[in-house]
Design a protein around this ligand. Structure first.
Ligand code: 2AM
Length: 621
């Protein structure tokens, strides 16, 4: 079966389209790009299955004018990821709070159930290891139901810890069955089986060698992911000792060039990291083009207003485009394999790629790609006859590199013009023998003072209590220490200003005092100055048994409990969400049970109330 390559159309067609037209709208809330990828894949599948005439629009939920559009929809599909501690993704935050308010209005009788007649479907993306699995997907479903809309099929719950692609496929099967039963929902133009496989491709304009290139990111205000600021890195320091076989870097980013840009202690910094020069050179070779190739990508229908939908502003050099915009170290998805098949000149390679992308080739995909964590770059190395055009490569094959977020590890009062980051460097040996270096962490590790990086600040709710007397208990093993270093600096600044501060207890954990006890001298100084009233450190690999932060919380249960009896006292947890945060949660319940003489269900309810009253904060990943 042949695959049709379609030029990419401008996103603005969605906004300009006539509201009365029948359509399926796919809205995605994405943080790392999976929900976006699934949405595009679903859009393609709907067109393929029901005909190219099916009007499907895939829209970033951030750009969706819900108030005006939602009541007029025929069928709207939500692909919504849950992020961190049960929160919506950044791009879905506004929509999410809007719909929660609408539900409140309906429940209070201020509005009627005005979405009657609208059909909807929800696929949630999350990870079962997290406490609030798919909280956003679930809330979307109950909200749409509360507003009177009709579900088209069961909610899908994608579990990233297992096989989220399979979960999505199963949900799509249910969705298609429901659509087959109600074809009117797709509009008059839909016709069974008339579509073709479509792959998106930009139109490429090659420019004369040496053409002036635009910056990959215009220098913005630094206030959001859409408007990053090119900041100068002023310091990079290794925090582990020479004895450690891992690396963790302390990076200082100078934000003094943007005087309006402010951060608060506990906020996050987002950054656009770049692929290494080796990866960029290898990719250019695989594409068969010199690194200096100058080009521009155009979305079809582009007018004088510029490249609205292009992934980067043109003109650009291939080396820059590959460095900042192509995620080639993740495994390729199905559409990427189909796109590679469409351009493979060796028919055996094309056939093999198509098999890997098909339902029949699922076992091969699992063995060759998923289990091996084989990257897109490795797959392209394995199928050398597939040399995609730049338009196809950036349109359908390489996902855009997503920004990476770090908890800021400096205190704003102490360092108002400098953002500190504490970053564990990701380096794993993959089953194929490939050494996988994390894109952002290894980039930070390679950085030298004077290098520039596009950054932006993301606000968080992870904040010290307003009243400086309120006791705080902080739990943060590994790089979970980051925001607490900021909290400690904040308290240090208060002490220097002669303010009175309440007790602050830190539970920190690392493997071994001689290897990875990061910021040891600073923590000792904080105890000395009173910025920390108690410091408990768990060394997990110093003795024969694991010693973790939660063990110290339990052995200091009486003191923890006493602090928690004080008005407003807060607990903060930062770091690994999959295991640590859950174990700490259990430890907190066990402290409440033993110290407060409660049954386990009473203790659980007590900890829940702590959270509901805004006294239990998590910054977990
Ligand atoms: P480990 O690697 O020896 O198991 C920072 O990563 C520290 O957190 C390490 O000392 C690590 O120990 C520890 N850690 C790992 N799993 C944990 C868990 N479930 N709870 C608390 N700490 C954990």
């Amino acid at each position: 079966k042949s695959t049709k390559v379609e030029p990419i159309r401008r996103a603005s067609t969605a906004a300009e389209e006539d509201l009365s037209k029948p359509s399926v709208r796919i809205l995605y809330g994405t943080q790392t790009g999976t929900a976006e990828r699934f949405s595009k894949q679903l859009g393609n599948e709907l067109r393929r299955k029901y005909g190219d005439g099916t009007l499907v629009e895939v829209v970033d939920i951030e750009n969706y004018k819900a108030e005006r559009r939602l009541p007029k929809e025929r069928l709207v599909l939500f692909l919504m990821a849950t992020y961190g501690d049960g929160e919506p993704t950044d791009n879905a935050a506004d929509f999410y709070s809007w719909i929660c308010n609408e539900v409140e209005d309906v429940e209070n009788g201020v509005k009627d159930r005005y979405l009657e007649g609208v059909h909807y479907g929800v696929f949630g993306l999350g990870n079962k290891q997290y406490e609030h699995f798919n909280a956003v997907g679930k809330r979307m479903q109950t909200s749409m139901e509360a507003l009177g809309a009709t579900p088209i099929c069961r909610r899908g719950d994608g579990d990233d810890d297992d096989s989220i692609d399979d979960d999505f496929e199963k949900w799509c099967t249910d969705l298609f069955a429901a659509l087959d039963a109600q074809p009117a929902l797709l509009g008059a133009a839909a016709a069974e089986g008339t579509g073709s496989d479509t792959l998106a491709a930009y139109r490429v304009e090659l420019l004369p060698a040496g053409s002036k290139a635009a910056s990959p990111f215009p220098d913005g205000s630094g206030s959001s992911a859409h408007d990053p600021y090119w900041a100068v890195i002023s310091e990079v320091q290794e925090l582990h000792t020479a004895a450690s076989d891992r690396s963790c870097v302390h990076v200082e980013i100078d934000i003094s060039g943007k005087s309006q840009l402010k951060y608060e202690t506990g906020d996050h910094v987002g950054m656009y990291a770049r692929n290494s020069e080796q990866v960029v050179a290898r990719m250019a070779c695989l594409l068969g083009l010199p690194l200096e190739t100058s080009f521009r990508l155009h979305a079809e229908g582009e007018g004088a207003s510029g490249d609205l939908d292009a992934p980067f502003p043109g003109p650009i050099q291939l080396s820059t485009a590959l460095a900042y915009f192509a995620d080639v170290l993740s495994s390729p998805h199905k559409d990427a394999l189909l796109a590679l098949a469409s351009c493979a000149t060796d028919s055996k390679e094309a056939e093999q790629l198509r098999l890997l992308a098909s339902a029949a080739g699922k076992a091969q995909y699992t063995d060759y790609i998923a289990k091996q964590h084989r990257s897109l770059m490795e797959v392209m190395e394995g199928f050398p006859s597939a040399k995609p055009s730049l338009g196809l490569f950036f349109g359908s094959i390489a996902p855009r590199l997503a920004p990476r977020y770090y908890s800021i590890s400096s205190g704003a009062a102490k360092h108002p013009r400098s953002v500190h980051v504490t970053c564990a460097v990701v380096r794993d040996v993959m089953p194929t023998g490939r050494i996988h270096d994390g894109v952002a962490s290894s980039h930070l590790q390679r950085c030298k003072p004077g290098d520039c990086i596009p950054v932006f600040i993301r606000r968080s709710t992870f904040k010290l209590p307003d009243d400086t007397h309120t006791p705080v208990i902080m739990i943060g093993p590994g790089t979970g220490l980051a925001p607490f270093r900021g909290f400690i600096q904040e308290r240090q600044a208060l002490i220097e200003d002669m303010a009175e501060v309440g007790p602050a207890v830190l539970f920190f954990g690392c493997r071994n005092r001689a290897h990875d006890y990061i910021y040891e001298a600073e923590l000792d100084a904080a105890v000395e100055s009173g910025a920390l009233s108690q410091l408990h450190v768990a060394f997990s690999r110093a003795g024969p048994v694991k010693d973790y932060v939660q063990h110290h919380m339990e052995s200091n249960g009486a003191a923890v409990w006493e602090l928690l009896q004080q008005p407003g006292a807060c607990v903060y947890v930062c770091g690994d969400a999959k295991n640590m945060a859950k174990d700490v949660h259990r430890a907190l319940i066990s402290v409440a049970a033993s110290q407060g003489s409660m049954s386990s269900s009473q203790a659980e309810a007590w900890v829940k109330r702590l959270g509901d009253s805004g006294r239990y904060h998590k910054d977990v990943w």
